[in-house]
Design a protein around this ligand. Structure first.
Ligand SMILES: *[C@@H]1O[C@H](CO)[C@@H](O)[C@H](O)[C@H]1NC(C)=O
Length: 367
């Protein structure tokens, strides 16, 4: 389009020019041959230049427009790895010591969110719901961990992680529900959509008859899920007494900051993103509103989200939230974006165990 228009304009100015020349030579029909040749060769040089420069420029413009239009596809990649959407949870995918129940949650805008409630298999009656007092007290201390996933794959891919988490906190229940556009959940992902989903999942965890209403809730967010978790807690400041802690693993300060990380400054992408992003997840400008302790889990070798994003979130939270008590940052020097629980599993389990234990006890002391 752009090139066509330039070519047309170029042709028009050329013919205008020719007419002027003809007018300047009223008695002769043709301008002197030498000048005409000069005009022609100048014009064809111009056209050649426009094609050489214009084609790449046009393609580049096209690429920029596509990046903007398809940003949801680049930010929410529920279709990666292939087969992640509507993957069946067959028994061979379930670690043998986990008790996994499928769960569907309906949102107010009629999306079906599918996922799992994950516990350790009961051996003996350690966590049984009997009526005698010590056991009920025990039941009311069992943490519920809501897990918000990163921007690819589904919850089946997280079963090994859940297994490690339950080794650290054996009495916990993990609620892993795929937001819209991921796994077997319906709909398409968007920032607003994921916010609605997070609110519904929190509502399910805090008011379903399946769970004792005294049980402490923890929210765990990895990568994009960290942005979802921070957004959820920042919006529900009044409800935060039910939520005893937040765990953030390798999450970013905002989508715009991620664009700046992915594309160097001399490219136009950061500038384009500044005006044309409609997905923000502005965690850095929200995190100070959170009034529950936070455990920051940061991989120093993160190849996707630079570790400084976690550092910035940590610094802002510790200086501005007034809730630094019980919060801490644990750094994993050998881990990358997704593999803390595999590469440094002992340190991972210990960090999780200590954080949840400390914050459970603190609340019991208050009561
Ligand atoms: C699995 O979980 C369900 C629902 O919480 C429970 O009824 C069942 O007893 C559990 N099974 C085992 C083997 O732990």
């Amino acid at each position: 389009m752009f090139i066509l228009r330039v070519l047309i304009r170029n042709n028009i100015s050329y013919s205008l020019h020719k007419r002027k020349i003809i007018q300047q030579w009223p008695c002769i029909n043709k301008p002197p041959p030498s000048q005409q040749q000069q005009q022609r060769s100048l014009s064809s040089w111009g056209t050649a230049f426009l094609i050489v420069a214009g084609v790449p420029a046009g393609l580049y413009l096209y690429k920029c427009i596509m990046l903007v239009l398809f940003q949801n596809k680049l930010i929410y990649m529920g279709y990666i790895p292939p087969g992640s959407r509507h993957e069946q949870c067959t028994p061979d995918k379930i670690p043998s010591n986990l008790n996994i129940t499928e769960q569907t949650i309906q949102t107010p805008d009629r999306k079906q969110l599918k996922g799992f409630v994950v516990e350790r298999k009961q051996n003996g009656n350690t966590f049984s719901m009997t009526q005698d007092l010590p056991s009920q007290q025990e039941e009311q201390r069992r943490p519920i961990i809501i897990y918000f996933q990163g921007n690819a794959g589904n919850m089946i891919h997280r079963f090994d992680l859940f297994n490690k988490m339950l080794q650290a906190v054996p009495e916990a229940t993990i609620i892993g529900i795929c937001p819209r556009g991921f796994g077997s959940s319906s709909g398409r992902s968007s920032e607003r959509g994921l916010e609605i989903d997070a609110q519904c999942i929190l509502h399910y965890a805090s008011s379903s008859s399946a769970f004792d209403i005294h049980r402490p809730i923890y929210i765990y967010g990895h990568s994009l899920g960290g942005g979802v978790a921070i957004g959820l807690l920042a919006k529900n400041v009044n409800q935060q007494q039910r939520i005893h802690g937040l765990i953030l693993e390798n999450t970013y300060t905002s989508i715009l900051d991620m664009v700046k990380t992915l594309y160097p400054r001399y490219t136009p992408y950061p500038l384009i993103a500044k005006y044309f992003l409609w997905n923000h997840w502005p965690s850095l400008t929200r995190i100070h509103k959170i009034k529950t302790p936070i455990l920051f889990l940061s991989s120093e070798k993160d190849e996707i989200v630079p570790a400084e994003h976690m550092q910035k979130l940590y610094n802002k939270f510790m200086t501005m939230s007034g809730c630094s008590d019980g919060s801490r940052m644990v750094k994993f020097p050998r881990s990358t974006h997704m593999d803390i629980y595999q590469v440094e599993s002992v340190a991972f389990k210990s960090a999780l165990h200590t954080f949840i234990n400390d914050n459970n006890n603190k609340v019991i002391d208050k009561q």
